[in-house]
Design a protein around this ligand. Structure first.
Ligand code: PRP
Ligand code: URA
Length: 209
């Protein structure tokens, strides 16, 4: 039931290597995150349900494929989730957006919520949660708990890097939420950082410390 997909497309892996490099600039990091997001979006939406619609080309009428059902929702875990969100919206501009504001308490590593806003009809839509980092998984679990409380039933989680410890914990709580990631890294250090990782995703995106 618990599924993890590692997206090892050469373009994803190449861009990820540049993002990991401590010498990559804030602007470069943000741009690469946006670019990788489009590639991750391509994979996480690969099996979306299709239907057909009748259109007229300049030459003939035809039944053409189109996405079925209600528009999907991207749920961004603030702040760093917004980096992935931008690239996802480049590919699916009509998607709805939820924002889940969470920060990790540096001592306890527990997720603390400071903002939540989501479309009303989450129960009728596929919800794709986006956050570059799955470390202890406390933030991802809190985000999914909150979205489920608000009715979301069909949820997928997309990140850039996942720690093995975070994957185990996340699927211990949410075995029915598939994870899509560009890499499963080695381990979490004693401060809850992914190693080798890329550092603090939010700080690297926005040039804060
Ligand atoms: C980072 C990251 C995740 C969280 C992952 O956010 O974007 O949300 O840490 O860690 P976890 O799996 O141990 O919960 P952070 O709390 O640093 O907030 P920010 O995005 O605002 O910088
Ligand atoms: N959050 C980050 O931004 N980076 C980590 O390595 C762990 C949590």
């Amino acid at each position: 039931m618990a599924s993890v997909t590692v997206i090892n497309h050469p373009l994803v892996q190449h861009k990820l290597t540049i993002m990991r490099d401590r010498h990559t600039s804030t602007a470069g990091f943000r741009q690469l995150l946006r670019e990788i997001a489009t590639l991750l979006c391509y994979e996480v939406t690969r099996d979306l349900e299709m239907t057909t619609t009748t259109i007229e080309t300049p030459l003939a009428e035809m039944k053409a494929p189109t996405l079925a059902g209600k528009k999907l929702v991207f749920a961004s875990v603030l702040r760093a989730g917004n980096g992935l969100l931008e690239g996802m919206l480049d590919l699916v501009p009509a998607a709805r957006v939820a924002h889940v504001g969470l920060y990790r308490d540096p001592k306890t590593l527990q997720a603390v919520e400071y903002y939540f806003k989501a479309p009303d009809d989450l129960d009728e839509r596929l919800t794709i949660v986006v956050d570059p980092m799955l470390a202890t998984a406390n933030s991802a679990i809190a985000a999914v708990d909150r979205l489920q409380e608000r009715g979301a039933k069909d949820i997928r989680f997309v990140c850039l890097l996942a720690a093995p410890e975070g994957i185990d914990k996340f699927h211990g709580t949410h075995p029915d939420v598939p994870i899509f990631t560009a890499s499963i890294d080695k381990y979490l250090n004693d401060k809850g950082y992914i190693v080798p990782g890329l550092g603090d995703a939010g700080d690297r995106m926005y040039g804060t410390k």
